[in-house]
Unconditional design. Structure first.
Length: 365
């Protein structure tokens, strides 16, 4: 008798259980092992196997151990989706992002995965190559099909504040480095603080003003940095030069640098990321402009290679891994506390790293 529940008899092995032959010498297993296979090997019912797989407390210890041993021998893996439908949890966090190869994204995703794994969760990643309203909505729909408990989204552009993007009921959401209106929790790098520190550094060195190479106009981070650049200059009573628009690539920074090399009053430039700053350095060197002798350059990101640019780049350091940890911690908190998504922003601090690409302007040396 299988005492899986008090007073209930085990109906015995399932019909067809004699077909078990899943376990073979050498520990190899045949594919598609079923509950019936496990039940036959353990000498219990399929219902008991299901109870053991779902962690039901009614199964006595010796029976549970026998079933678990049969599962291991046969290589049986319980259907987590079916279990989730019964117990209301999939133990999976979805991650929607613009591109895994984008600056810092791999560090952020790795930190999300580590934090999730520490609490028994897995992650499912869906890249969105071209972030449009339809593509993001499609990614959300796909996440619903994959059955996740929460979603972390970082796609840069202003999409989540539009009413047309809806998530399945009950799914927890955290948005990274973007705008979520007043519907979802946001984890954001201190875009404004880092930019303010960069511009203030250049003004304190004695530069009359600071030129700016922006990122894409659709980027939330780029917009925040550009807005702060302009605000700091206006607060200091300095002229605000016309911004040059880039697209995060070194090529766009190079093109902007060729233009700025022809501006006689340009002695300092703030690039919205390190890759565009690298392009600036290339253009200035090509046009005979010494950095920092003629023009100072500051970037944003603090890429691992930034310390090895020629010259080493002064830049704003942002902690991509901490963004990932905070994002995962917040969605896990929402899951554990059965909390609905809430608005508000958690800010991850930045810091200015001063290297050799900045100095006082030529006339004030």
């Amino acid at each position: 008798m299988d005492l899986s529940e008090p007073g209930q008899q085990d109906p015995g092995p399932a019909v067809g259980a004699q077909q078990v032959g899943s376990a073979v010498p050498g520990g190899r297993h045949r594919q598609h092992v079923t509950r019936a296979d496990v039940a036959a090997l353990a000498g219990v019912s399929r219902q008991t196997v299901s109870r053991v797989a779902n962690g039901h407390p009614s199964v006595i210890g010796s029976t549970r151990e026998r079933v678990q041993a049969a599962m291991r021998e046969l290589g049986y893996r319980p259907n987590s989706a079916a279990r989730a439908l019964r117990y209301g949890q999939f133990k999976t966090i979805g991650v929607i992002l613009h591109s895994l190869s984008a600056t810092g994204h791999s560090d952020t995703v790795q930190a999300i995965a580590a934090q999730a794994a520490a609490e028994g969760y897995a992650i499912t990643v869906i890249p969105v190559d071209i972030p449009t309203q339809d593509s993001v909505l499609g990614a959300f729909t796909r996440m619903g099909e994959l059955a996740v408990d929460a979603v972390i989204v970082f796609i840069e552009v202003h999409l989540l504040d539009a009413g047309t993007v809806k998530l399945p009921p009950g799914v927890r959401v955290v948005v990274v480095d973007s705008d979520a209106g007043d519907r979802y929790r946001v984890v954001d790098t201190d875009q404004a603080g880092g930019t303010r520190e960069a511009i203030s550094h250049l003004l304190e060195l004695g530069h009359e003003t600071v030129w700016h190479v922006t990122g894409p106009e659709t980027s939330y981070a780029s917009q925040r940095r550009a807005q702060t650049w302009q605000t700091v200059l206006e607060e200091a009573g300095r002229p605000v030069p016309p911004p040059l628009h880039g697209d995060w690539t070194a090529e766009s920074g190079y093109a902007a640098g060729l233009e700025l090399a022809q501006e006689p009053d340009c002695t300092a430039v703030f690039a919205s990321n390190d890759q565009m700053a690298l392009g600036l350095l290339h253009a200035f060197q090509e046009r005979g402009k010494a950095v920092p002798g003629d023009i100072s350059v500051v970037g944003f990101d603090d890429l691992p290679d930034a310390a090895h640019f020629a010259p080493p780049l002064t830049t704003v350091h942002q902690d991509f891994a901490e963004v990932g940890r905070k994002s995962a911690q917040e969605v896990l908190r929402q899951i554990h506390e059965h909390d609905v998504p809430r608005s508000g922003t958690d800010i991850v601090p930045t810091r200015l790293v001063v290297r050799s690409s900045t100095a006082p302007p030529p006339l004030k040396r």
